[in-house]
Design a protein around this ligand. Structure first.
Ligand SMILES: [Zn+2]
Ligand SMILES: [Zn+2]
Length: 467
């Protein structure tokens, strides 16, 4: 029924059952917790509805105290001789309802049976030549080192389309649930997980896990670990209501950053932030961002400015120019359809850009970037135009000591830093919210090149609330 559930009972077994197996969002232990206070806290002021199933008297005298204004208490249990009590003042002024409920009519019965036949929603790729379908799937069980995340928002990345189409050189798992920009809350913990708790805001990211022992992992270069697993690629990702993630690798989302705003940072944000670091441009120097007006680009311009860089934005059209210069604060805009990119970048930077970030899925920039890079400068490559080859003049590369390097997402520290920029309001993603059911249409638009900013899918069932 897509409601958020606060389960009240006692003991660790019941907690596990309710949260891990059944997917309750919160568990309140009536022997340990202050039921009224805790329910009010986790629901943000009171529960919209209360269902009394325990054959004890006390809940009948307490339920009204944690019911939200305009809410309803439904009584089902029948403790012998019990009396319910309620504060008349609250009942009236908060327009509360207390009502009994007994079995159901035949229509209710039919609906109840229908529920028993279904699970939770997920977007499943069954074969690479078939479109993704929204299905009812079972809630996955976290292993000892995992957490179960109730996904509230998840961004859609171009990589998700490649995973669905299976057109990358690395095979995906099948059937596959994609998604690696999932922002949600921890609802269950594996037995080894000590540093996260139920209710923590976390992100499901591309790097699901790395081996932690290879030479790259040891050096914090886990993003190139040959034994890594990728969310929404080699393991199921965040295009589902409940997602398993490795506790060591989930993003810790700052408290003051709404989940919906965190989602696009989890891949797009960290990718461009890390890419900017890889250009080795320092505060006060020039970075040229190619594809600056796009989904990755508009984030890159903001990060670069927040990092103190002078930004030359390369893209085309008046809308992109306005976005880059007027909204995002780029210092120069070069229109690659109108301007001579090499000459203009050299001119505005006084001899060449200290760093270049390539975000546009086109081949030409990979063959041109070196020509406007300053001596000792670095070109960082992020975009992946299919089958593209970069070229460079060897003479210039050597005599000007240039560097060309690839950059892929970021490690956990990069991720924490990227999120911190967003939490401090220095970086904000432009996104459009859609529902999980819209994913097949989003993929179609993506293929047609019709998506401008980021698409964030709303799985929260809340629609407007943010965190
Ligand atoms: Zn991505
Ligand atoms: Zn490794």
């Amino acid at each position: 029924m897509d409601t958020n559930v606060v389960a009240v009972d006692t003991g660790d077994d019941k907690r596990k059952l309710c949260v891990e197996e059944l997917g309750a969002d919160y568990f309140v232990d009536f022997m340990k917790d202050d039921v009224v206070a805790t329910v009010k806290e986790v629901t943000g002021g009171g529960s919209h509805g209360v269902l009394l199933l325990s054959p004890a008297e006390k809940p009948f005298q307490q339920a009204v105290d944690y019911t939200r204004r305009w809410g309803t208490v439904a009584c089902i249990a029948l403790p012998a001789g019990a009396k319910g009590t309620f504060p008349v003042f609250d009942l009236v002024l908060q327009r509360l309802t207390i009502r009994g409920s007994i079995v159901g009519n035949r229509q209710d019965l039919a609906k109840a049976l229908d529920f028993a036949a279904r699970g939770k929603k997920g977007a499943v790729v069954t074969a690479h030549d078939k479109p993704v379908t929204i299905q009812r799937i079972s809630v996955p069980t976290p292993g000892p080192d995992d957490v179960l995340v109730k996904v509230e928002y998840t961004g859609v990345c171009h990589t998700d389309l490649h995973a669905a189409d299976g057109d990358w050189p690395i095979p995906t798992k099948l059937p596959l649930v994609g998604g690696h920009e999932g922002a949600g809350k921890v609802v269950a913990l594996g037995s080894n997980v000590k540093d996260l708790k139920i209710g923590d805001k976390v992100g499901v990211v591309w790097l699901h896990s790395a081996c932690q022992t290879c030479e790259y992992c040891i050096q914090g270069r886990e993003t190139v670990c040959p034994h890594q697993h990728m969310s929404g690629y080699s393991v199921d990702g965040s295009f589902q209501e409940y997602c398993v993630a490795r506790a060591s690798h989930v993003a810790r989302i700052p408290d003051n950053l709404p989940l919906i705003e965190a989602a696009p940072i989890l891949c797009a944000g960290v990718t461009v932030y890390k890419g900017l670091k890889e250009t080795e441009v320092r505060s006060g120097q020039f970075v040229t961002i190619v594809g600056a007006g796009g989904g990755l680009g508009h984030l890159a311009v903001q990060y670069a400015k927040a990092m103190g860089m002078n930004v030359v934005a390369v893209d085309t059209g008046d809308d992109k120019r306005k976005l880059c210069v007027e909204e995002l604060g780029a210092d120069y805009f070069v229109d690659f359809m109108k301007d001579d990119v090499v000459a203009t970048v050299k001119e505005v930077t006084g001899g060449g850009s200290h760093g270049v970030l390539l975000l546009s899925p086109a081949e030409k920039p990979f063959q041109q970037a070196v020509d406007y890079t300053r001596r000792w400068g670095t070109v960082a490559c992020i975009a992946l135009p299919a089958g593209a080859k970069g070229t460079f003049p060897v003479f210039d590369l050597v005599l000007q000591r240039l560097t060309i390097r690839g950059s892929i997402v970021g490690n956990r520290q990069d991720l924490a830093e990227a999120l911190d920029f967003a939490a401090r309001g220095k970086v904000k993603c432009h996104y459009k919210t859609m529902m999980l059911d819209d994913l097949p249409a989003v993929f179609d638009d993506m293929k047609a090149g019709k998506i401008a900013g980021r698409i964030v899918l709303d799985l929260s069932g809340k629609r407007k609330e943010c965190s």
